[in-house]
Design a binder for this molecule. Structure first.
Ligand code: ATP
Ligand code: MG
Ligand code: MG
Ligand code: MG
Length: 480
C-alpha cells in the first residue's frame, strides 16, 4: 500500500466511526509556545486542556509534523524523520480507553481487503502503566496476547504538560518485526531504541488532574471531569511495515529522492553504511525542506528559518561528502515534489516559488562553503601541528573567525571538525560570541538612546578649552 493510500484509509476508517475529519494545520505551529507542529494534537491543545469546548466529540486527522529533536537520528535509526505525518484520532469527553483500544486493534488487524492495515495481531506488543488495569483488560479483550502487554512505571509511560493540569498514562503499540532484527523482549521491556520492536502508535489517556511536582513525582489529585483521548500513529512507520521495507527512508515518499541521489553521486544505496546514512539524510531533508518552504518558512539565521537553513545545508554537505560539488537540488527537489503532491497538491501548484527559495539557499551556501573550506582546512592543519601526538582541538578564536568572517555556523564547524577527527573548544567559542553580542547590544543601545560613551571627547574638549589646566592647542588642521 502506498503511503497516500494508508493515509486515506486512516481518514476513511475514522469517518466510518463517526469522527469528524480535520485537515492538517501548517507546519508553523498554531500554538505560539512551539516553533513547529510536532504532533497531531497541537491544533487541539485547548480542547485537551479543557480551556475551550471542542466543536466535535470525536475527530481524526493526518497532521504534518516537524521534529528537530530527531535530526541526529535521521538515517541512523530506521524510524525517525525530521518531517513525518502523524495520524491521530481524538475524543473529547466521548469514548475513552476501551473505545480507543478497540479502534486501534480493529484498524491495525482488519485485513487490507476489508479496510484495515492487515497487520499480524500476534506481533503487536503494548506498553502500559503498571497501575492501569482498565487498559490491560481492554487489551486482552480485543485479542492482544497477555504476554505482549508490558507494564511500565509512571516515569516511563505518563503524559503531562509539565505543569499542574491534565495528565495520564499512555498505551504504546509496537510491532515485532521478527527475530532477524534482534532477540525477543524479555523481563518486561520492549526496547523502543532497538530495531526489532517498532513503536507505531501512542494512545494518550488524558485521565487525571495532577498537582505540583518535579518530573513525574506529582500527586494525582483526582480524575478529570471530561476525559480525553489523544492518539498519534506514525504514517511512515506503518508504511515501512506494510511496504516490507527496512526503514522509513525506503518508503515510496522518500526513496525516489535517494534513487535520484544515487544517480547523481554514482554511489549505490546498500553498499556501505556511511554512504547509506548520507543518502537517507538527503532523502529526508529534501522532503522536510520542500514541506517547510511550502508552508511559508524561508531560510534565516534564527528560529524556524534556521532549522530550514540547517536542513538544506546538511543536504548540500551530504551530497558533497558523496562526491558531488555542483548544485543538486534542482534534480532532487522535483522528485520529492512528485512523491508528495499526491497528498499535498500545493507542493506542485506552488513549486516555482518553493524552488526559488531552495535553489537560492543552495547557491548561497555553496559560495560560503567554497570560501570557508580552505580556511577551515588550514585551521585543522594548524590545530594538528599544535597538538603534536595529542588530540587536536580547534580554538575558540578559529571557530569564531570561521563564523564571523566566513559565515560558517558553529554546527557546521562542529560537524566538519568531527569528520576530521578534531574537536572544537566550544566554550571559548561561546564566550567570544557572547562578548560580540554584548558589544552589539551596547552599540545598539547607544544608537537608540544617544548615550554613547563620549568621555574621551569630553576630556579632549576640556583640554582644548583650558577647563582642565593649561589649554592644549589643536594642531590637527596643519600637522599630521
Ligand atoms: P520514538 O520513541 O520512536 O522516538 P516517540 O515516542 O517520540 O517515538 P510519540 O511522541 O509517541 O513518538 O509520537 C507518536 C507516534 O508518532 C510514534 O508512535 C511514531 O509512530 C510517530 N513518530 C514520532 N516521531 C517520529 C519521527 N521522528 N518520524 C516518524 N514518525 C515518528
Ligand atoms: Mg521520539
Ligand atoms: Mg517512544
Ligand atoms: Mg511514543
Amino acid at each position: 500500500m502506498r503511503t497516500a493510500e494508508i493515509r486515506q484509509r486512516w481518514l476513511d476508517y475514522f469517518a466510518s466511526k463517526d469522527h469528524a475529519i480535520a485537515p492538517s494545520v501548517p507546519l508553523i505551529s498554531p500554538d505560539p509556545s512551539i516553533l513547529f507542529t510536532i504532533a497531531g494534537m497541537v491544533p487541539f491543545i485547548p480542547y485537551i486542556l479543557g480551556t475551550q469546548d471542542a466543536p466535535w466529540p470525536r475527530v481524526a486527522s493526518v497532521q504534518k509534523c516537524i521534529r528537530t529533536n530527531d535530526i541526529e537520528n535521521v538515517g541512523r535509526t530506521t524510524r525517525h524523520g525530521t518531517f513525518f505525518q502523524m495520524m491521530g484520532n481524538f475524543s473529547f469527553g466521548d469514548y475513552f480507553k476501551q473505545g480507543a483500544i478497540e479502534l486501534a486493534w480493529e484498524l491495525l488487524t482488519t485485513p487490507q481487503d476489508q479496510g484495515g492495515y492487515g497487520l499480524d495481531g500476534d506481533r503487536l506488543w503494548v506498553t502500559i502503566w503498571n497501575e492501569d488495569a482498565e487498559s490491560a483488560d481492554a487489551l486482552v479483550r480485543v485479542g492482544v496476547d497477555p504476554k505482549h502487554i508490558v507494564r511500565l512505571t509512571r516515569e516511563e509511560i505518563f503524559w503531562d504538560t509539565g505543569q499542574p493540569g491534565p495528565a495520564g498514562p499512555c498505551a504504546e503499540w509496537h510491532y515485532d518485526r521478527g527475530p532477524e532484527f534482534g532477540p525477543e523482549a524479555v523481563g518486561g521491556t520492549v526496547d523502543p531504541g532497538g530495531d526489532r520492536y517498532l513503536e507505531i502508535w501512542n494512545l494518550v489517556f488524558d485521565q487525571f488532574v495532577r498537582g505540583e511536582g518535579r518530573g513525574k513525582s506529582y500527586p494525582l489529585l483526582g480524575e478529570l471531569e471530561r476525559k480525553a483521548i489523544d492518539t498519534g500513529a506514525g504514517l511512515e512507520r506503518i508504511a515501512y511495515l506494510l511496504q516490507g521495507k527496512n526503514n522509513l527512508y525506503e518508503t515510496d515518499e522518500v526513496f525516489p529522492v535517494i534513487e535520484r541521489a544515487q544517480d547523481l553521486t554514482g554511489r549505490r544505496y546498500g553498499a556501505v553504511e556511511p554512504d547509506d546514512v548520507r543518502l537517507r539524510v538527503v532523502g529526508d531533508h529534501v522532503r522536510s525542506s520542500l514541506m517547510l518552504v511550502a508552508d511559508g518558512v524561508t531560510p534565516s539565521n534564527e528560529g524556524r528559518g534556521y532549522v530550514l537553513r540547517r536542513l538544506l545545508r546538511r543536504t548540500v554537505r551530504s551530497m558533497r561528502l558523496l562526491g558531488v560539488e555542483e548544485p543538486t537540488l534542482q534534480h532532487l527537489l522535483p522528485v520529492s515534489r512528485d512523491a508528495m503532491a499526491v497528498s499535498y497538491p500545493q507542493v506542485a501548484t506552488d513549486f516555482d516559488r518553493i524552488a526559488q527559495v531552495v535553489y537560492g539557499e543552495e547557491e548561497a551556501f555553496l559560495r560560503t562553503l567554497s570560501a570557508g573550506t580552505t580556511i577551515f582546512e588550514g585551521a585543522v592543519g594548524r590545530a594538528r601541528t599544535a597538538a603534536g601526538t595529542g588530540p587536536a582541538v580547534l580554538t575558540g578564536e578559529q571557530a569564531f573567525a570561521l563564523h564571523d568572517t566566513y559565515g560558517f555556523p558553529i554546527d557546521l564547524t562542529l560537524e566538519m571538525a568531527s569528520e576530521h577527527g578534531v574537536s572544537v573548544d566550544e566554550t571559548a567559542f561561546r564566550s567570544l560570541m557572547q562578548a560580540q553580542r554584548e558589544r552589539a547590544r551596547a552599540d545598539a543601545l547607544a544608537k537608540k538612546t544617544g548615550h554613547a560613551d563620549t568621555s574621551a571627547y569630553q576630556q579632549l574638549h576640556a583640554a582644548l578649552s583650558g577647563e582642565a589646566g593649561a589649554p592644549v592647542q589643536f594642531v590637527g588642521y596643519t600637522d599630521t
